[in-house]
Design a protein around this ligand. Structure first.
Ligand SMILES: Nc1ncnc2c1ncn2[C@@H]1O[C@H](COP(=O)(O)OP(=O)(O)OP(=O)(O)O)[C@@H](O)[C@H]1O
Ligand SMILES: [Mg+2]
Length: 288
């Protein structure tokens, strides 16, 4: 994997966050089954538990974040992310409250499968989600976008709409190669479509400390992206895989479980990082 140059580390949280504007985080990895949805749902729930106002946007036609929060994908006549993207509805009409106070969901519907094809040939097809989210950016502290396992038009929409990219990474043999192509894609998006896009960080998921390869991959990722890998590591935990079938984030299913506790710790670490960045930017602004 190629080393990634400095522009990546430029962070402008104050610009996005200081003035009561949401920080938009795309949860991206083109590899399937690495823990994107589990991270999006449980981190969003954990931040909401800390009284942050959070919107989770389900941008995956599989609708796992939607069903994982106990919302049926079929029954709804209400607008979804699909309608917001094609301009038929506003996100504020699509958002639904969840069992967790402060946590709202913009659900996916099966229509989203067609969105990629429908948007081909349309104008500004890469910035549909960005435009759709504009009207709600003042209403939330955090907006998470759960992406499908590809780098297609839906994920590109997420990368154009986002301020930051959060990458869940499973520590296995091909993880670094996948990370390399993801980082190059993000660089392309930065160059062409979203200059302010930055890397939020990498979260290691389904981690098994007894596995030598997992430990090696962890060390490699930390070496390639110094300071960008979250110290909180998400272990493999059966409660995290059971919770979605109960339509609940792990903290409502079994708050004592290692899985629920590790996402609460991840939320805490994220809030501390962001508070530190805001503090540093304020100091820099005073010096300037
Ligand atoms: N830390 C964990 N411990 C145990 N099981 C986990 C953990 N994280 C995720 N899983 C399980 O692994 C599977 C894949 O996770 P998840 O759906 O979050 O991945 P994904 O990257 O969103 O997948 P896709 O690419 O299909 O959208 C799911 O069955 C999930 O419940
Ligand atoms: Mg998923």
């Amino acid at each position: 994997m190629r080393a990634v140059g400095p522009p990546w580390y430029s962070r402008t949280i104050e610009a996005h966050h200081g003035g009561g504007v949401s920080l938009v985080l795309a949860v991206v990895n083109q590899k399937g089954g690495v823990g994107k949805t589990t991270t999006a749902v449980n981190l969003a729930a954990s931040l909401a538990a800390q009284e942050r106002r959070v919107l989770l946007v389900d941008l995956d036609p599989q609708g796992n974040a939607t069903s994982g929060l106990g919302i049926s994908r079929e029954l709804t006549d209400r607008p979804t992310v699909y309608h917001a993207m094609i301009g038929d509805a506003e996100v504020r009409h699509a958002q639904i409250p969840t069992e967790i106070p402060h946590l709202f969901l913009a659900p996916a519907s099966a229509d989203l499968v067609g969105a990629e094809l429908e948007l081909v040939g349309e104008e500004e097809r890469e910035s549909r989600l960005r435009r759709a989210l504009e009207s709600v950016r003042g209403a939330y502290d955090y907006i998470f976008i759960d992406c499908p396992p590809s780098l297609g038009l839906l994920t590109i929409n997420a990368l154009v709409a986002a301020d930051r990219v959060l990458v869940p990474l499973q520590c296995e043999y091909y993880a670094l190669e996948g990370l390399g192509s993801l980082l190059r894609t993000i660089e392309l998006i930065r160059a062409r479509l979203n200059r302010s896009l930055a890397l939020e960080g990498v979260v290691l998921t389904m981690f098994d400390a007894r596995n030598n390869l997992a430990r090696q991959v962890m060390t490699d990722v930390q070496g390639h992206l110094p300071g960008q890998v979250y110290q909180t590591v998400i272990p493999r935990n059966v409660r995290l895989s059971e919770a979605p079938s109960h339509g609940r984030p792990a903290l409502l299913y079994d708050i004592e479980s290692k899985g629920a506790q590790s996402y609460l710790a991840l939320a805490e670490e994220m809030l501390q990082r962001h508070a530190r960045e805001t503090g540093e930017e304020k100091k820099a602004a005073r010096r300037a």
